[in-house]
Design a binder for this molecule. Structure first.
Ligand code: SF4
Length: 389
């Protein structure tokens, strides 16, 4: 039903997809590929007795390898790719007037669903960039399959997400079949992965730290902060600044949009040009932001913001409905701290610096917003008003 499909906290019903994943792993004909979302690595430890926020990326890769996946990639790589496309889209609109402002981020499928139902008139403001989950899946069944000479019909693509809505995003429209196959075959939650690791008898604590596979496993600090409210915007800011000025930001940490305040507003100065930003998480907060925008547009006034990030879950994906149960603000803050540590430790802090992303554009996608990028990395939205307001 509608509620079960779109309950952002997954409280109503959870669809268990681990069986299909096991079947694919057991099938010797199938090449199984997996990706893990940013927020998974700072929460999965809670299922094994670690403190919330413990950064367990290497052990999670190791566990996935022990479970039998053939290739282990990282959603953070595709978060960098989302930024390349979305920041380019923003610059096209903001600096070159090609499309309406504000631009609204769309990597949270619960938000997309809500916006299509309750704010369909805002659809021209939605970013057409797919979410990182869907971008990675499309690149696996095209770029990676070609590079490795693997028949994409023999690839089974799994994602581990902090989110129950991601299970529905994988079939939301025909753009989710951009490779000619179902791009993402199954999406499991952090909780489901923890159950798989336990049922396989893997001793998580004693696993070594391992690396992801290449080339879709390299990520920057900007990619990892997607897991926390304000992170998508902060990642975008780092790259928008570079795209507009040709220079790197001196200090990449953009703190005004960090933290658990419901609506965070900031004005970014790009060489004298002011970019007005809003970040909202959880329903009541986005209503405030969107109602302000709607009112200004209706009155023919300058919109209050140029760029808006929206996330359905309090705290962003670290507080997602697929994460270990019992999240409080304290736990959300600890998980967020783990994510910021991952960013600080990263060699590259900005998506446009990711060498594997550069290689992907050189070898396959050409440039952001190219015809090929549109084919595989972008989508569209449909007004589905529930009732006349
Ligand atoms: Fe899923 Fe993240 Fe959106 Fe929550 S905020 S519904 S975890 S994508």
């Amino acid at each position: 039903g509608q509620c079960s499909a779109h309950c952002p906290v997954g409280a109503i019903y959870e669809k268990d997809d681990t069986r299909k994943v096991w079947e694919a792993i057991m099938d010797p004909e199938i090449h199984t590929v997996v990706q893990i979302a940013p927020a998974v690595r700072v929460a999965i430890g809670e299922a094994f007795g670690y403190e919330p926020g413990t950064l367990l990326t290497g052990k999670t890769y190791a566990a996935l390898r022990r479970l039998g996946f053939d290739a282990i990639f990282d959603t953070n790589f595709a978060a960098d790719l989302t930024i390349m496309e979305e920041a380019s889209e923003f610059v096209e609109r903001f600096a070159h007037g090609k499309g309406p402002i504000p631009l609204i981020t769309t990597c949270c499928p619960s938000w997309v669903d809500y916006l299509e139902k309750y704010y369909p008139e805002m659809i021209p403001h939605f970013s057409s960039a797919k979410s990182p989950q869907m971008m990675l899946a499309a690149m696996v069944k095209t770029y990676y399959a070609q590079k490795k000479g693997i028949d994409p019909s023999k690839i089974f693509m799994v994602s581990v997400m902090p989110c129950t809505s991601k299970k529905y995003e994988i079939e939301r429209d025909e753009n989710m079949y951009s490779s000619g196959y179902k791009d993402q075959d199954a999406s499991i939650t952090t909780r489901e992965l923890a159950r798989m690791i336990k049922s396989a008898g893997i001793d998580f604590h004693n696993l070594p730290d391992e690396e992801a596979d290449q080339p879709l496993g390299i990520y920057t600090g900007a990619g990892t902060i997607f897991g926390v409210t304000g992170g998508v915007m902060e990642a975008a800011v780092r790259t928008v600044y570079y795209f507009i000025t040709g220079k790197e930001m001196e200090k990449v940490e953009y703190t005004p949009i960090r933290g658990l305040d419901g609506v965070k507003e900031a004005t970014l100065d790009i060489d004298g040009t002011q970019v007005r930003i809003a970040v909202a998480h959880s329903i009541s907060n986005v209503q405030y932001v969107l109602d302000r925008v709607k009112q200004a547009l209706q009155e023919g006034k300058e919109p209050p913001y140029h760029f808006i990030e929206v996330m359905a879950c309090r705290g962003g994906c670290v507080g997602g409905g697929g994460q270990p149960y019992g999240a409080t603000d304290e736990i959300r803050a600890k998980r967020a701290a783990g994510i910021y540590t991952d960013d600080e430790r990263s060699v590259y802090r900005c998506s446009h610096q990711n060498p594997a992303i550069k290689q992907l554009y050189e070898e396959f996608l050409e440039k952001p917003l190219s015809e090929k990028a549109h084919k595989y990395l972008h989508t569209h939205y449909t007004a589905r008003p529930l009732y006349l307001k």
